[in-house]
Design a protein around this ligand. Structure first.
Ligand code: FE2
Ligand code: FE2
Length: 303
């Protein structure tokens, strides 16, 4: 007899949901967030449980035994690729890719933070969800820095984007929620897709570094567990029209984004990433992550 757990199947992230289901799911998500993160630490853009998790990693550091052949190559190419990417070794390439991807996120969340009011007694549930979400994203930036430190890259700072791009990100939160909800959802989905593909190349790229590889995987999966929940949360903001718009946006948003990161095609299969985004359901996520994450009720199906 199969156990009940294995009977749970998943429906596409693009499955329809009623308004009532979405309201119930926001309540469920908020309860999940508080349990998952603990108290918010607004001045530090942090959350109690996230802070403790990071402290746990830092108290037990793992450092690569085979440092990068030339760390200067990382620092020369992380913000903008200066060298021919074909000349970079795969470890450096993976790390400069991760930096570029995370930096975009850093700029986006910093702009959103500026426009977000701090939490008070009267803050609505949706606004609290937003604040927790942003603090989780900031905690990911610290986990990424810990990944860089694993490779003895202790000098990694998040460089703001150029004037034009920063202005775009600052304008972003001024659009009405209905317009922003689909691209905000697709960004989360893209993040999850990227981290899944990074996870998929760790065995090959870090084959000669089993300890560092396992540490990087553990740090990455901390982030992914939250991203799994963000995908469902941002999905829950979408009504039928938004959902349709989001589905149409997946391909063009993924392609436009990766076109700007020259490392992408050297590391990953962009076609597969696009297919994974369009076809996403939770069956591809490791059960250990799902156990600590959150899935909308309407994306679960009992087999
Ligand atoms: Fe993120
Ligand atoms: Fe996220």
């Amino acid at each position: 007899m199969r156990s009940r757990l294995t009977d749970v199947g998943y429906r596409s992230i693009f499955t329809a949901a009623t308004r009532r289901e979405r309201i119930a799911n926001f309540e469920a998500y908020w309860a999940y967030s508080v349990g998952h993160d603990g108290e918010i630490l607004q001045n530090q853009k942090d959350l109690v449980k996230k802070r403790d998790t990071l402290a746990g990693f830092q108290a037990d550091p793992v450092r690569s035994r085979r440092p990068l052949a030339d760390p200067a190559r990382f620092y020369r190419n992380n913000v903008i690729m200066q060298d021919d990417p074909r000349t970079l070794d795969r470890k450096t390439l993976l790390l400069t890719f991760l930096y570029k991807f995370a930096r975009h996120e850093y700029v986006g969340i910093s702009a959103a933070w500026e426009r977000t009011e701090r939490m008070t007694e009267s803050t609505s549930m949706l606004a609290k969800i937003g604040l927790y979400h942003l603090c989780e994203e900031f905690s990911h930036m610290r986990l990424f820095q810990e990944i860089f430190r694993t490779f003895h890259l202790d000098q990694v700072e998040w460089v703001p984007l150029g004037k034009w791009m920063s202005r775009m990100y600052r304008l972003f939160p001024m659009f009405p929620e209905a317009m922003l909800a689909p691209p905000a959802f697709v960004s989360e989905l893209m993040g999850l897709t990227v981290y899944g593909h990074i996870d998929g190349v760790l065995d090959e790229i870090l084959a000669d570094e089993p300890e560092a590889r396992e540490r990087v995987r553990a740090l990455l999966r901390e982030v992914m567990t939250d991203e799994v929940a963000h995908v469902g949360q941002r999905r829950n903001f979408l009504g039928p029209l938004g959902l349709r718009a989001a589905r149409l946006m997946v391909e063009s948003m993924y392609r436009a984004f990766f076109r700007d990161i020259p490392e992408t095609t050297r590391l990953f299969n962009v076609e597969q990433m696009v297919r994974d985004g369009k076809a996403f359901d939770y069956s591809t996520i490791a059960p250990e992550m799902l156990a600590k994450s959150w899935v909308p009720s309407y994306c679960r199906a009992s087999a």
